[in-house]
Ligand binder design. Structure first.
Ligand SMILES: Nc1ncnc2c1ncn2[C@@H]1O[C@H](COP(=O)(O)OP(=O)(O)OP(=O)(O)O)[C@@H](O)[C@H]1O
Length: 460
């Protein structure tokens, strides 16, 4: 059961006490003897409902109501008046009071009026509680103490409020663009809808249309007989995250633009029109303005996607975030590898602070992961960080057991399969001198699948 809070603003102590005794079993009561002290308290917390005397000394209840409504229009206010001054009552109702009650207060009428006011805000409150819980449970920790990141987060909090304004996030690889896209989704009104990430560079030109829009049954040979939903349809009522959007082919860009213009599309091989409402967040680590100038990215699409633009600074430009991030990753990998490292040695910290990151937070994360895995001391020492290859694509050295016997200590199967897949893909690329089609053939894979999986796995 939700317990609602009521602020009672009345200069008469006897009334405050009487209301407190009557209502405090059911509601959280906060008492104020003046309009000024009540308004000042709103900086710290806002009540769900206000009971306010009209005839307060110094600042009157009506004046306080006017100020309250400017900032918190959604809080219902019940005015209390000692005399039936119809003009005062009309004025307060015009300003936006929910209702009024007369002194001496009839408790039955009071209870009924409070109930009515609460039912008007119950849904808003329920959604707020749900959203806070969702944020706590689902929002990936976005670490950052620098002014730079604080500004980005403030901006995101502001722009998340709308459910459909397109946002483009720019920043070098590994700066946390996908994490930010998830944060936007989690703070937006469509937070309960799906968050669908699409890596635009993972699909070749001839597949992108069916991946984005889906296809109708029998659209082409090899198509599933039930047809298929595309990513856009999957994202209906939620957020579509178009990662690496600058890599979209010109044909793909044209199709996406058509959808963004009116939210409508046809599936491949179909004549039925579909309508989808989804917030589009896109990201790229390329200099998209240059691509627009070079006509490699459509200007009209750029303007559609980039109604709001957020730029994430590189880690080298926000050195204050390095240690908080490193400690966060240390904690994460302590948990993952059941280690109990307490922190970094002074030397290790200095090394991180003077290091030039090319892969940003992802590179730092990989450095810490490997160092945690090979550390045997209480603190993470410099040699473990230095010894750890810092390639962005590096993964910890987990070897597949040749005998495939499971010991009592168990294994992290996902991690093992991922490492194995990556090792073979790396070797295949080495054998084929970087030719992905040849590498794919060595692993008996279709080359689209190879490209897609390699992109995915080499980002981890
Ligand atoms: N501020 C942060 N707090 C916590 N983790 C972070 C932060 N920034 C990045 N990370 C972690 O670093 C890794 C890379 O982040 P992410 O995938 O969001 O970067 P990206 O900018 O989308 O990269 P790319 O351009 O290569 O797609 C992820 O594991 C992410 O969780």
């Amino acid at each position: 059961m939700i317990k609602y809070s009521i602020a009672i603003v009345d200069d008469e102590e006897i009334i405050r006490d009487a209301l407190d005794i009557t209502l405090s079993d059911q509601y959280d009561i906060i008492l104020f003897e003046s309009a000024e002290s009540f308004l000042a308290s709103l900086e710290q917390q806002t009540p769900d409902l206000v009971l306010m005397d009209i005839g307060l000394p110094i600042m009157t209840g009506i004046e306080a109501l006017e100020i309250l409504k400017q900032k918190h229009n959604d809080i219902p206010v019940i005015m209390i008046t000692a005399y039936e001054d119809i003009n005062m009552v009309i004025r307060s109702m015009k300003i936006g009071a929910f209702d009024f009650i007369l002194k001496p207060i009839n408790l039955d009428i009071l209870e009924l009026t409070i109930q009515k006011a609460i039912s008007s805000i119950a849904l808003i409150k329920e959604v707020k509680i749900l959203q806070e819980k969702y944020l706590q449970d689902n929002l990936p920790c976005f670490i950052g103490e620098s002014k730079n990141i604080e500004n980005v987060m403030d901006f995101i909090n502001m722009v998340s409020k709308s459910s459909d304004t397109p946002i483009m996030i720019l920043g070098e690889t590994g700066t946390g663009k996908e994490l930010i896209a998830k944060a936007i989704h989690a703070r937006s009104p469509v937070f309960q809808g799906p968050f669908i990430p699409v890596n635009c560079s993972a699909f070749p030109e001839d597949l992108i249309e069916s991946e984005l829009f889906g296809y109708e049954s029998g659209a082409f040979s090899g198509a599933s007989s039930q047809g298929k939903k595309g990513f856009i349809e999957e994202a209906d009522g939620g957020t579509l995250f178009l990662d690496e959007v600058a890599d979209l082919s010109l044909a793909g860009q044209a199709k996406l633009l058509r959808f963004l213009e009116d939210g409508e599309f046809y599936k491949v091989g179909g004549t039925k029109r579909y309508h989808v409402r989804t917030r589009v967040v896109s990201a790229t680590n390329k200099k998209i303005d240059d691509l627009v100038d070079e006509e490699k990215f459509r200007k009209d699409l750029y303007f559609r996607l980039c109604v709001i633009k957020a730029e994430v600074p590189s880690l080298n430009e926000r050195k204050e975030d390095i240690l908080p991030l490193a400690k966060h990753f240390l904690h994460e990998f302590n948990k993952k590898f059941s280690k109990t490292l307490k922190g970094f040695s002074k030397d290790a910290e200095n090394h991180l602070l003077s290091y030039e990151f090319t892969g940003n937070a992802r590179e730092l994360k990989n450095m810490v992961e490997r160092a945690v895995l090979i550390s045997k001391t209480d603190r993470l020492e410099l040699d473990k960080l230095k010894g750890a290859p810092t390639l962005i694509n590096d993964t910890p050295p987990l070897d597949i057991k040749q005998d495939h016997k499971l010991g009592p200590e168990g294994i992290d199967l996902d991690q093992l399969l991922e490492t194995t897949e990556k090792k073979y893909m790396e070797q295949a690329l080495e054998f084929s001198k970087g030719n992905e089609s040849k590498a794919a053939r060595l692993l008996n894979m279709n080359h689209h699948t190879f490209r897609y999986r390699w992109k995915k796995i080499s980002k981890k």
